[in-house]
Every structure is written in structure tokens, then in C-alpha cells.
Design a protein around this ligand. Structure first.
Ligand code: ZN
Length: 441
């Protein structure tokens, strides 16, 4: 018997299972992560061989870690990757030797301002090794000879990513992407991983999808670049998307716009969150951050925004051992999933129609659509929504544009369109570039 858990607890439980896995941009950590996600969704796992040219980059060597320890002169273990993944500089090259404290110093990383936290550091594109320590521990290190053991391997293997394509009635596709390369950091980015996995599971289970969806679970930067390099033709179908990260902290939602700034996704996210009673902080695109950088590069220009809670780098726990399982909250994860679901639902409902009776107003009373709901506020809003949808359904305005112009909730406008469709007064506009608004004889 399995018990049905509240979704927030279920998301947090998955994050807890993913937390100890020693991830990096390549290697078994990513594979183990994707294997766990495959319990929820039928992910396709793609392996791109080391050395493969991908856009202007090259797929790096695979990293394998067996053990990493820093041992003090008295034999005490100062740092051990088996105790905390962050203790080892991620992607450290192999090294075994004895060093004086002075020789060791350039290889140590700590945070003087947060003396009890272990920093997260990587060295992906410069071959070296290192250890990350609480500053308090680092300051207490005695002089003497240290033993360094980094039993790792960098070899020609592969970069691994996960992909899930969910076809819909239309070819137009929405992209959801998240990075899967960070070890033992909960908000950045187990939160993004579990929220997208849950969203993908829900969408995979839906009977009807109007749009198509693609989910990418990729190592940061190089994973997104590898996917783009291999799927350039497929990107033509992408109409927008979101990069998911930082979705488990208690902070307010933040939406970073696509490079274009007024793409459908940029209009959809604030409207969808408003329907949930959330008002996200909306920020303009900048060419740094997560993988929206790659998707919005000018050669692709995929209209991908990023929906997070507190943005990266703006909370002290960011990239430290304090970004742990207590830092992310089940209720925040659950609410983040609701926000992503609301965006999907809005995009699903955001169709463009043509008024089939465009000359003068159609007689709504005859069709039971007018003054049928009484004079209360909701009734008035329903009536206004009908009139706005009729007036702006010329093939050139989608329902979201109508909601914005009418200053009405999207759901109200969607409901009006459904009633008008039922009354035979609207028809799908089809491709706005091919279909002109109906003209008179
Ligand atoms: Zn990060």
C-alpha cells in the first residue's frame, strides 16, 4: 500500500533522496539523478561523448570520484567528500601527495563572513583540485605536513542529460529546462528539479494537451549548449519557455523576462501568477544567470524566461552548505509547482479566435448570453468579457491580449470565449499570418 502524500511533502522527499548524490557537470551523479527522476516520468537519457564539439564549446571529460580527504598532520580528517559533497572542489583533478600548510593554502576555499558554512566551488574549465571548508576550521589548521588524497578520474566518457517530449495537438512547443549538476544544494537546484519533474508527471498524465511540451534536465551551461547543438532544427517549434531554479525558499516569486521582453511567455507568467494571488517581481532580461542565457542567445532567440523565488546570489545561503534540506520548504515547493501549473494552464487556454458575426454586435439576448447573470459585479464582469472577446477576436488578438486590454482576469475572458464558442459566435483563428479577419462583401 502506498499512501498519497500532500504534494509538497512528496517533492521535499524526492529532494531529500537526491541531496546526497555527488553530482557534477558529467558523470554518474547526473546519471543517478536522472534515474531517480525516471521513476516519475519516462525520461530519455542522452549521452554526448567527451570531445564532441557543441556550438562554440567542446563536451568535457567525464568526472569520476571515488574518495577525497584532507588529513591534518595529527591524522585528523579535516575534510572528507564522503561527509559532505561540498568539501571537494567540484570536478577536482586527481592528486595524492603531502604538502605544507603554505602549499595547501591556494587550494583551500572558505567564507570568512560565514565561518560555519562550506562554500560550493567548481573548477570545470581549469584543471586543478581543492577543498572547501568552514572558515572556522580553516583558521584552526596547524602548521605541518598535510596529506591530500583526491581519488578522482577525468576520462573520455560522456555528458549526460535527460529529456522528455510530450506532444500535444499542436506542434508549437513550450520548453522547461533546469540544471542538474549541483551536488548537495537544495534550493539551487533540487527545488527546480523536483518542481519540473512533478510538472512533467502531471502533464504526461493529462488526457488532452493543446500545446507540446519539452522538459530538459541538463548540466548547467554545457548541457543546454549540448542540447541546442543537437536539436537546432527542433528549436523552430519552441514558442517560449521557462528555466526553473530556486523554487524552494520562502521568498517572493521573481520572473525574469525573455530577451524579447514582450513574448507570450512574458505576458503569461504575471497573468497566471495573478490568478493565484501572487504578484511576482518582474525583471528585465540580462545575459547572465541560468540557462536562459543560452536559449536567448541571438542565434536561437527562444523567448525563454526564468521563474524563480529569490533569484540566485541574493540570499546568503546561495552556493553554500546552508542551502540544505531545511532551507527549502514543502509548502514553498508546492506553491512553486502551482505557479508553473498555472502558467501551463494559461498557455493551454490562450487561443486566438475570430468573431463569426463581426458586423455590429451579435444579439446576445436572443442567445441567452446577455443580462443572464443578474446585475452583480461578477455578472457585469461576465458581460464585459463577452463584449471584449467579440470585439477583439479579429484573428489578431489572443485571449491574453484581450484580458490585458480589458483589465479582466484571464479566466473570465477564457470563460466568455467558451460561452461564445458554444453559441457558435467564435471560431479558432488558425494561423494569424494566413487567416485575415473576415471582410465584408
Ligand atoms: Zn548555482
Amino acid at each position: 500500500m502506498t499512501t498519497i502524500q500532500p504534494i509538497g511533502a512528496e517533492l521535499h522527499a524526492l529532494a531529500r533522496r537526491l541531496y546526497p548524490i555527488p553530482r557534477s557537470i558529467t558523470g554518474d551523479g547526473v546519471r543517478a539523478t536522472l534515474a531517480m527522476l525516471a521513476e516519475w516520468v519516462p525520461l530519455r537519457v542522452v549521452e554526448v561523448p567527451s570531445g564532441t564539439p557543441v556550438l562554440d564549446w567542446t563536451v568535457p571529460r567525464e568526472w569520476r570520484l571515488r574518495a577525497a580527504r584532507l588529513i591534518a598532520p595529527d591524522g585528523r580528517v579535516v575534510a572528507d567528500a564522503a561527509v559532505h559533497n561540498l568539501h571537494l572542489l567540484n570536478y577536482s583533478a586527481p592528486f595524492h601527495g603531502r604538502l605544507s600548510l603554505a602549499e595547501l593554502e591556494p587550494h583551500l576555499h572558505s567564507l570568512p563572513d560565514r565561518p560555519d558554512w562550506i562554500p560550493y566551488r567548481t573548477s570545470y574549465y581549469r584543471e586543478t583540485w581543492g577543498f572547501c571548508l568552514p572558515h572556522r576550521v580553516r583558521e584552526s589548521l596547524p602548521e605541518g605536513e598535510y596529506e591530500v588524497l583526491v581519488d578522482s578520474e577525468l576520462f573520455d566518457g560522456a555528458l549526460t542529460y535527460g529529456e522528455l517530449a510530450l506532444p500535444g495537438e499542436r506542434e508549437e512547443e513550450i520548453l522547461f529546462s533546469t540544471h542538474v549538476c549541483h551536488p548537495s544544494l537544495a534550493n539551487d537546484n533540487l527545488s527546480g528539479i523536483v518542481v519540473l519533474a512533478a510538472l512533467a508527471r502531471e502533464l504526461a498524465g493529462r488526457e488532452r494537451r493543446r500545446l507540446s511540451y519539452r522538459f530538459l534536465f541538463v548540466p548547467g551551461t554545457i548541457g543546454a549548449i549540448a542540447w541546442l547543438a543537437a536539436n537546432e532544427a527542433a528549436t523552430a517549434r519552441i514558442r517560449g519557455g521557462l528555466v526553473a531554479a530556486g523554487l524552494g525558499d520562502a521568498g517572493r516569486f521573481h520572473y525574469k523576462r525573455s530577451r524579447r521582453g514582450d513574448a507570450p511567455i512574458d505576458r503569461a507568467v504575471p497573468a497566471a501568477l495573478a490568478a493565484l494571488g501572487e504578484e511576482p517581481v518582474v525583471e528585465e532580461f540580462v545575459p547572465f544567470g541560468y540557462d536562459e542565457r543560452q536559449y536567448n542567445s541571438p542565434g536561437f532567440a527562444l523567448d525563454v524566461g526564468s521563474l524563480t523565488r529569490t533569484p540566485w546570489g541574493r540570499y546568503p545561503e546561495y552556493h553554500t552548505s546552508a542551502d540544505d534540506l531545511d532551507f527549502i520548504r514543502p509548502e514553498a515547493l508546492e506553491r512553486s509547482l502551482a505557479a508553473y501549473r498555472a502558467v501551463v494552464d494559461l498557455l493551454e487556454g490562450n487561443e486566438t479566435y475570430r468573431n463569426l458575426c463581426p458586423k455590429g454586435e451579435p444579439m446576445l439576448g436572443r442567445r441567452g448570453l446577455y443580462r443572464s447573470t443578474g446585475g452583480d459585479e461578477a455578472g457585469r464582469e461576465r458581460e464585459l468579457a463577452l463584449l471584449w472577446v467579440l470585439n477583439l477576436s479579429d484573428g489578431g488578438h489572443d485571449l491574453l491580449a484581450i484580458a490585458e486590454r480589458a483589465k479582466l482576469p484571464f479566466a473570465r475572458v477564457r470563460e466568455a470565449a467558451d460561452r461564445l464558442l458554444e453559441a457558435g459566435l467564435l471560431a479558432p483563428a488558425g494561423d494569424p499570418d494566413l487567416d485575415r479577419p473576415p471582410t465584408g462583401r
